[in-house]
Design a binder for this molecule. Sequence first.
Ligand code: ADP
Ligand code: MG
Length: 310
Amino acid sequence: MLALEIENLQKTYASGLQALKGIDLEVEQGDFFALLGPNGAGKSTCIGIISGLVNKTAGSVRIFGHSIDQEFTFAKSLLGSVPQEFNFNTFEPVEEIIINQAGYYGVPARIARPETERYLKQLGLWQHRRSQARRLSGGMKRRLMIARALVHQPQLLILDEPTAGVDIELRRTMWDFLDQINANGTTIILTTHYLEEAERMCRNVAIIDEGNIIQNSSMASLLQQLNSETFILYLREELQHAPQLASFDNVTRLDQHSIEVEVPESLSINDLIGELEAQNIVVERMRNKVNRLEELFFKMTAKNDTAGLA
Ligand code: ADP
Ligand code: MG
């Protein structure tokens, strides 16, 4: 079952700026998914469309199979969203903000109260329940938004930069909390511009840049690509198949005289040449394949020094 299914999603703002250029994205039920990308990539636009806060220009979005166009109310009831900007009434007391939100989803106060208590306690806000929201620190406001997003028991929780402006200590607490929510069955999607954050929490990741998805894979495979280097080797003899190498998993035959090999951090180019020689394969020349991701991250960090993607 797909928790989220996005097809050819496009957004052009009134200014003419094309924030999303036709993205496709699928997130499985139960996943913990990161949408990673530098500032201005289109993350919030994407989340805004899913949450019904931004009108899309084209494309479709389904939440657990339900279209946000044809089944808006039902699709929305399955979703909890934590936007990047605080959007509660800051003069309202913390507890009321959450209970009112529950009411908006048709959850009666009798059910909403114990839920509210549970989340406020878990998120360390219980002693502030009667404070006006404007009295809370930035990190507390963020947690208030999370409690509010969860009170109607959504199956999919989407958080837009949940740890922006949150200190390290609190960030860890939030990670643990989200881990637990996910372990209990809630699908989670978050956006972040910190690779480290995606790495710590998420199983799958899509990288978005300038309105396009440029990478979509498991976190493990992304990290593996980041830690390895790919070489193109030109061989003296003709090869009909890619050679089988004991220590190298990713060997691709490009044509009769060249292969591409991914060399993980733990191995050297000498290891590679040694294994090839043992099979009487002679390397005449080689070059470093410009790693698409390296290039990408270079570009991304060059645009935004604080992106944390170096
Ligand atoms: P991210 O969340 O990845 O930082 P956004 O989705 O906020 O990116 O923004 C994507 C692009 O769309 C940026 O160039 C941004 O300036 C532009 N943008 C965002 N919101 C608006 C808006 N309301 N009107 C015009 N342009 C916008
Ligand atoms: Mg954003």
